[in-house]
Write a protein that binds this ligand. Structure first.
Ligand SMILES: Nc1ncnc2c1ncn2[C@@H]1O[C@H](COP(=O)(O)OP(=O)(O)OP(=O)(O)O)[C@@H](O)[C@H]1O
Length: 255
């Protein structure tokens, strides 16, 4: 007879939880039909090989399953990356990781933040579009590689100059690492989120994208409205005043 214990209940619960997470992930990335297709395939495979015990078809499906796993990883590498990142970015897990690895926060102080805030205010007044990304724990070397390395001390006028409309580096994002402007003209991953307001264009989507893919802080100055926004962990805070921007940066940089 069946020997059904507490371990089996936990087992079933965990499988259901994993399936639910995969379902949510696929739904968010508009791949729900692929998920349903995979479930149908697995059910047919189990039915053929376990219930009907058809050896030839079972063997072919077995092979397809082992290749299929690699195929799924390739097809959904972006989603898998996001999922693992959000798992690692979870507060409790980060505290756990810091316990072993130690904190490696970048050396930043008020003097680093103020020129950025002041530059954003001036850019906002002049309705000059800007996109500034401040690196934190996760390195943005691959993003830096897409632009031009500057490696200069943070300076309000330099920031404004770079985003000035006729500057060759005004297009794309500026990356700030520690107390230095590391690069400008960088290309960020664009978010495909549906929740982003319609009036916000590519600059804002790029800010949201990098904040979803890393723990960095992305500041946007809108060219259209002059509005200042900040994206952190995939969440936007729109229409910020100078004071609010300073508060957010200070809080997020643990100052
Ligand atoms: N993937 C990207 N990475 C970096 N910068 C980008 C990216 N996509 C767009 N941009 C920047 O955004 C500018 C286009 O902004 P767009 O007008 O589409 O955005 P927006 O969010 O409506 O901003 P705004 O309110 O300033 O118009 C581009 O000129 C470029 O500088």
């Amino acid at each position: 007879m069946f020997d059904f214990g507490i371990k089996d209940i936990i087992d079933i619960f965990l499988v259901a939880l994993i399936l639910y997470y995969i379902y949510r992930l696929m739904k968010e990335s508009r791949s729900l039909n692929v998920f349903i297709g995979i479930i149908v395939f697995v059910l047919v495979w189990l039915f053929v090989s376990q219930v009907l015990e058809m050896r030839l078809l079972g063997a072919i499906l077995d092979k397809l399953v082992s290749v299929g796993v690699i195929g799924i990883i390739v097809l959904f590498q972006e989603e898998i990356r996001r999922f693992l990142y959000s798992l690692g970015a979870h507060q409790r897990f980060r505290a756990f990781a810091r316990f072993f690895v130690g904190s490696k926060e970048k050396v930043v102080d008020k003097e680093t933040i103020m020129p950025i805030v002041m530059a954003c205010i001036d850019l906002s007044r002049g309705k000059v579009g800007a996109l500034i990304v401040i690196e934190r724990g996760i390195r943005l070397d691959d993003i830096v590689d897409t632009g031009d390395v500057i490696d200069a001390r943070i300076n309000q006028r330099l920031i404004e100059n770079i985003f000035f409309k006729n500057s060759p580096l005004h297009d794309g994002a500026m990356i700030i690492v520690g107390k230095r402007i590391r690069a400008a003209g960088c290309i960020l991953p664009v978010s495909h989120s549906h929740d982003i307001p319609k009036e916000l264009g590519l600059r804002h989507r790029a800010a949201l994208g990098i904040s979803q893919d890393s723990d960095s802080i992305a500041i946007v100055v809108s060219e259209e409205t002059g509005g200042i926004s900040v994206a952190i962990n995939g969440e936007f805070q729109l229409r910020l005043s100078a004071e609010k921007l300073e508060n957010i940066l200070s809080k997020e940089m643990n100052l």
